[in-house]
Design a protein around this ligand. Structure first.
Ligand SMILES: [Zn+2]
Length: 155
């Protein structure tokens, strides 16, 4: 699994996520996830064992700054299948915390991001690696589908 590292960043497992409380982007060392990372600004816990809400303002930063696969759920509050999908996504995020960063992007609140990735139906799930799209699934997905999409093995 070792990759040729061009700098220390490549060897390190890290994620950039927005604090759910104060919206400050934080860089998280995923190897130290068990120590309970906290926001550098407001010191509230940053919880990665559940999907993290992303917005237009921090989406690119998360994609570029995260060295593990990033799974993004493009959803909307009015979308019934998205609500059906939510428990599966929560379960996936809990099982693979630290190995995959799970983001949720509200396509109504961040239409520019949704349009950039050509989102036509929701839910759409896209997995990114090194900031680039590696695969997508349109429609409700089960746990196995998410694991196959992101390339993680079932725990
Ligand atoms: Zn904060």
């Amino acid at each position: 699994m070792s990759q040729p590292a061009t700098g220390q960043a490549a060897a390190e497992r890290r994620a950039v996520v927005r604090c759910a409380v104060c919206a400050t982007p934080n860089r998280i060392d995923l190897a130290k996830l068990s120590q309970g990372p906290r926001c550098a600004k407001c010191h509230r816990p940053i919880l990665l064992d559940r999907p993290v809400k992303a917005t237009e303002a921090d989406f690119d930063q998360s994609l570029q700054g995260t060295t593990v696969p990033v799974l993004v759920d493009f959803y909307a509050d009015w979308c019934g299948p998205c609500h059906m999908m939510a428990p599966t996504l929560d379960d996936f995020a809990m099982r693979h915390a630290g190995a995959v960063l799970v983001l949720k992007l509200d396509t109504e609140a961040s239409p520019a991001v949704a349009s950039r990735f050509g989102i036509r139906g929701i839910p759409t799930l896209i997995v990114f690696g090194e900031g680039r799209e590696r695969g997508r699934h349109v429609g409700v997905a089960d746990l196995k589908t998410l694991e196959t999409l992101t390339g993680v093995s079932a725990g």
